[in-house]
Design a protein around this ligand. Structure first.
Ligand code: URA
Length: 445
């Protein structure tokens, strides 16, 4: 390790004790960690200190800017048109970006998207995309520009040259229980988004048992923090607060979620995913100024799906990013071969209605099946999945399936049992139906 002109332990100690760090200290720490001069254990300690002590406004700005400038900040002004992106704060079964980006691109708006991997119990767009054979999320910035110019969208991850600090800190937070922190989430999301060269951003701030923010109050605070950082940087930002008290769609697991997203693009998706596509998409079109009214935006989105253009866009982008399969073909063998066989079934212990679900427990069941990571170096199993036969508000008779789940044939038995026990605890069945919460809870414009 190279020598530093300051002692990282002092910075960690002062943050631990609730002191305010200077912008310079934060910038040095982030830059030195990004170049490998500060080890993971010290960065983990600082993350945990921030988790408990929080960050002042000036510290948050400094952290976001240091992460943003750890790599290149894209200037996409040579590519014509308004560029708008969307980012979710993370949930279970949240595969919306996979179908939203091509839908909006098919409506004439450019979508340059830098996403993340699974974080804690929540899934990540990159892990889902990489379950498509050949799909590469590690493009150079030149390749990213080319795909964006030619197809209207490009879906990549943080790289050694694009927000490398977030690439490293994100992976570290995932395995050090330092995800659920408003300043750490805000700096992570906004450093990525500000590096993209976008004009506008639609944020999907998740609230509920499967979100990092469990209460509306915390989610509103996160949304306001994200919007303030975006505005400060001169971007148009809208934040939606949306329900994450149960998983989105019926599938959790990487390849399975791609399949479900493709169903949305074929016009056959579940109602919640289709609705988020419509509402978040309409806001992206409004921001880009390509629709005359909300009704016009909805109708353009519907047309993009019905005409097949949204699916064609995704295929074009996927092919340019290395995909070896045709995502437009509903008979594509990969669609049928990409999930493990031999699924286990969880049966309802009693008759009644699903009154509540602990979506976080469902997410952790996915991690037990290796759909997510427990350690930085873990490889994930794209074919592991959970299928939710029953969701909130739905009736079930004792002995009928609540859900199915599967991991690899050689997955240790204790992992299967852990998944079963988490899923079993996740379902609350009672005698009367409780309606699911509305999907869209609030909008901050
Ligand atoms: N999404 C991100 O990019 N970062 C977070 O910390 C949480 C969600």
């Amino acid at each position: 390790m190279s020598s530093l002109s300051y002692n990282p332990v002092d910075i960690i100690r002062r943050k631990r004790d609730g002191k305010v760090l200077s912008g310079e200290e934060i910038a040095h720490f982030v830059a030195d960690y990004s170049r490998g001069a500060i080890p993971d254990y010290q960065a983990s300690a600082l993350l945990m200190a921030i988790f408990f002590s929080g960050l002042s406004e000036s510290e948050l700005v400094a952290l976001t800017e240091s992460m943003l400038h750890s790599g290149e900040v894209l200037d996409l002004s040579e590519i014509p048109g308004i560029k708008v992106d969307k980012h979710s704060t993370g949930g279970v079964g949240d595969k919306v970006s996979l179908h939203l980006a091509p839908t909006v691109a098919a409506c004439g708006v450019r979508v340059p998207m830098i996403s993340g991997r699974g974080l804690g119990h929540s899934g990540g767009t990159l892990d889902k995309l990489e379950s498509i054979p050949g799909f590469s999320t590690g493009l150079s910035t030149e390749e990213f520009r080319t795909v964006l110019r030619r197809t209207g969208l490009s879906l990549i991850g943080q790289t050694e040259t694009l927000v490398p600090a977030d690439k490293l800190l994100y992976a570290l937070r995932d395995v050090t229980a330092t995800v659920e922190s408003i300043p750490l989430i805000a700096a992570s999301i906004m450093s990525k988004k500000l590096a993209e060269g976008i004009d506008g951003l639609v944020l999907d701030v998740k609230v509920g048992s499967g979100a990092f923010m469990k209460t509306r109050e915390a989610a509103t605070k996160l949304a306001a923090t994200l919007v303030a950082i975006g505005r400060r940087a001169g971007k148009h930002v809208t934040a939606f607060l949306t329900d994450m008290d149960q998983p989105l769609g019926r599938y959790v697991g990487n390849a399975a979620e791609v399949n479900e997203s493709l169903a949305v693009l074929r016009g056959e998706g579940p109602a919640d995913l289709t609705e988020l596509n419509r509402v978040l998409g309409a806001e992206m079109l409004r921001m880009a100024g390509v629709c005359s009214s909300e009704a016009d935006a909805f109708s353009r989105i519907e047309h993009a799906i019905i005409s097949g253009e949204a699916l064609a866009r995704l295929q074009r982008c996927a092919a340019m990013q290395g995909a070896l399969v045709d995502l437009r073909d509903p008979n594509e063998p990969w669609l049928f071969d990409n999930l493990h066989t031999g699924a286990q079934t969880l049966l309802a212990p009693a008759s009644g209605y699903v009154q509540r679900m602990d979506a976080e427990a469902v997410g952790f069941a996915g991690v037990a099946l290796r759909a997510g990571r427990e350690r930085k170096e873990d490889t994930i199993d794209p074919a592991a999945y959970i299928y939710l036969d029953r969701k909130v508000g739905e009736a079930v008779t004792a002995g009928q399936p609540l859900c199915h789940f599967a991991g690899a044939a050689d997955l240790p038995k204790d992992r299967i049992e852990r998944a079963r026990s988490l899923l079993s605890d996740a379902y609350v069945i009672g005698p009367s139906p409780t309606p699911a919460r509305p999907l869209i809870l609030d909008v901050l414009r």
